[in-house]
Write a protein that binds this ligand. Structure first.
Ligand code: SAM
Length: 496
């Protein structure tokens, strides 16, 4: 039974101070469950919501990403509207604003374990009946097979046997029947090309085992299937040929260690020469445990009703609407003068080609993204996403946003770009205040947390985002609360 959120429930989170907002911690609990590109820390977002809105006010995030603004708003009894063009982002957001209850995830996982775990185990079976956990490959040559006999035992590293190689051969030609065929574009920055295929990324055995899990999940009722499918997307990077083998870390007696450790996968489609193939069941089980840990304690948003469309949101006076749509289309459906705060972190020019990077996740979900309407700059020439198309789309969108805002409303834009000319759209937004009715008020640095997931580390990338605050030209500046208490608050215009 889905529930509507009663405004005024008792367990509002403690208020966030300006100091806490500028020193965010890493991602824990539900925020750490699924990676997403360009994830923002929750502390500054919560602080902005607390300073600029009150109970039952509406917050809008048209580029909602992994849903942090959504969850922080709803936890504070605000109504929330979110859009994103990326299906995986919308699924993660829906989980964050309406987490499943612990028992249902636990029971469903146990059911899947019964029906699938053993079949997957058979594909990693060694000649002595043990199940391997990792295979170390150097290009197409198998180097080692690892196993661990129970928790707490040291890992065993074995040379590959004829039996291991036969097993691998038997599934080498397997091609997934359940993954949607992915669409890749030629983009050297993320090591993708248009002929990239699933078999370049996943071994036949990994595809076979993903299929076993996808098939098992597909047979479940939708509400039980969704969280487990997300565990699968969250675990999928670790199931690929993109998992780096880390060598030479640490020193013994002045010499670099020869020990090999399991690394992670890096933003993009990089397939390192020395890489691991990890047991698919183990990857999945670890993610389910992470989710279970995150939802173990009481969560006031559990099973909250999410309106699938704005029409339903208004008709049912609902508290939350999350739509998978291009925001430039959906914004027209938002009631005029209804939004107190637009708080958003739009795509930062060419930093992250979200849809291109999310293609494996979206293929697992079986959902087709709308590449045409993504607002981004991409190195993939065939997409024709240039700095000009990006700037025009952003300015057109934010000009349209103003109509949805109440006269006492605010727009807070988190932004960062590595080249000065990528600030053009922000400068235009500031210069056009007379026509858009959005007056620039000031900005403050919005730091990433130390444990930040996948940020831009290219030369020239700023160390932090800035939060740019806009309001009605007649706004009472007293209403920006303690925003100006954030260290380095300034009314200066960035890169102007
Ligand atoms: C910087 S990310 C948001 C990240 C988010 N702040 C977080 O913490 O996870 C920008 C988002 O804009 C989305 N996006 C790009 N073009 C869009 C469009 N036309 N309509 C809606 N969303 C879009 C991308 O899919 C991406 O999730």
């Amino acid at each position: 039974m889905q529930k509507q959120l009663a405004f005024g429930f008792a367990e509002k989170p403690p208020e966030v101070s300006a100091k806490k907002a500028s020193n965010p911690k890493g991602y824990t609990g539900l925020y750490g469950f699924h990676k997403y590109w360009g994830k923002k820390p929750h502390e500054p977002l919560a602080f902005i919501i607390e300073q600029l809105t009150s109970d039952a006010d509406t917050v809008l995030d048209p580029f909602v990403g992994s849903g942090i603004t959504a969850r922080e708003s709803l936890l504070r009894n605000r109504r929330f509207i979110g859009f994103d063009i990326n299906p995986i982002a919308v699924e993660i957001t829906r989980l964050l604003v309406s987490p499943p209850d612990y028992e249902s995830v636990y029971d469903t996982f146990k059911y899947l374990e019964k029906s699938v775990k053993e079949k997957i185990g058979q594909t990693y079976l060694m000649s002595d009946g043990c199940i391997a956990s990792h295979y170390l490959w150097e290009n197409d040559l198998l180097q080692q097979v690892w196993l661990r006999r129970g928790l707490g035992n040291a890992r065993e590293e074995r040379s590959p046997s004829a039996h291991d190689l036969e097993l691998i051969d038997s599934l080498a030609g397997y091609r997934s029947k359940f993954l949607r065929r992915p669409n890749f574009f030629s983009n050297g920055r993320i090591n993708a090309h248009k002929d990239l295929a699933i078999s370049d990324i996943l071994t036949g055995r990994a595809q076979h085992n993903l299929d076993l899990l996808l098939h098992g999940i597909a047979e479940l009722p939708d509400d039980l299937a969704k969280p487990l499918r997300l565990c699968l997307t969250a675990a999928s990077g670790q199931m690929t040929k993109m998992v780096f083998a880390v060598t030479g870390r640490g020193k013994t007696g002045g010499k670099a260690s020869s020990k090999v450790e399991v690394g992670s996968w890096v933003i993009g489609y990089w397939r390192p020469k020395l890489h691991f193939e990890v047991n698919v069941w183990n990857c999945f089980e670890r993610r389910v445990s992470k989710l279970l840990k995150a939802i173990r304690t009481y969560d006031p948003l559990t099973s909250l009703h999410i309106s699938p469309s704005l029409a339903e949101f208004y008709r049912c006076d609902s508290k939350c609407c999350i739509e998978c749509t291009p925001c430039q289309d959906s914004i027209a459906e938002v009631a005029n003068q209804s939004v107190k705060l637009i708080l958003t972190d739009p795509p930062h020019s060419d930093r992250v080609p979200y849809l291109e990077l999310s293609e494996l996740w979206n293929a697992i979900l079986g959902l087709e993204p709308n590449f045409d309407d993504e607002i981004v700059i991409s190195n993939a020439k065939e997409r024709e996403k240039s700095p000009e198309t990006y700037g025009d789309a952003m300015n057109a969108f934010f000009a349209q946003c103003r109509e949805t805002m109440r006269d006492d409303g605010f727009l807070v834009l988190l932004y960062n770009a590595r080249q000065e000319d990528r600030w053009t759209f922000v400068n235009k937004l500031i210069d056009d205040s007379a026509s858009t009715g959005l007056e620039y008020i000031g900005q403050f640095p919005c730091n990433y947390s130390a444990g930040s997931v996948v940020q831009d580390n290219r030369k020239g990338g700023l160390k932090n985002d800035v939060a740019l605050v806009f309001g009605n030209p007649d706004a009472d500046l007293g209403e920006i609360g303690q925003l100006c208490d954030i260290p380095n608050w300034t009314t200066q215009i960035p890169f102007h």
